[in-house]
Ligand binder design. Sequence first.
Ligand code: PNS
Length: 164
Amino acid sequence: MRRAICPGSYDPVTVGHLDIIRRAAALFDEVVVLVAVNSSKKTMFTVQQRVQMLRAAVADIPGVCVESSDGLLAEYARSCGACALVKGVRSAQDLDYEQPMAHANRYLEPGLETVLLPAAPAVSWISSTIVREMLRYQQDISEMVPAGALEILSAQLQKENENR
Ligand code: PNS
């Protein structure tokens, strides 16, 4: 049984992330989508909100589950017996970021491979950063966020607006 992890901040999940998760699910027996902490990022959504949005987004993909961790990714991979990390790359800039990360994770956990999948061209311009920026300016993000997650995201934003 080959288990992979799709780690990320997912703040929030995008259709680009979902494409990578689907492709990872076709390559491995089991995929854990892991909401992990990126120490250099301050997030718009809480871990619980991001997990909830992801669970709605991947509900129809067999063999995929969603978890969160505030520890080291390599340690999480060891503890759950994962053999690979799967990430999407949209650009040379992404590759420059992912390559040392892949080496660091393999240094920490020898045998843990990182599989980099090129983002689908149609969604390669979409990022969580762009979605958050559009949200700040009340723009339509319905084509950038998976349908199930969109409902949760919209409900959360409405609740926050009402409490202001
Ligand atoms: O979506 P992101 O922000 O590019 O994801 C980055 C993430 C969360 C996968 C990365 O920051 C991470 O793995 N964080 C957990 C701590 C860790 O293991 N760091 C890398 C080795 S030093």
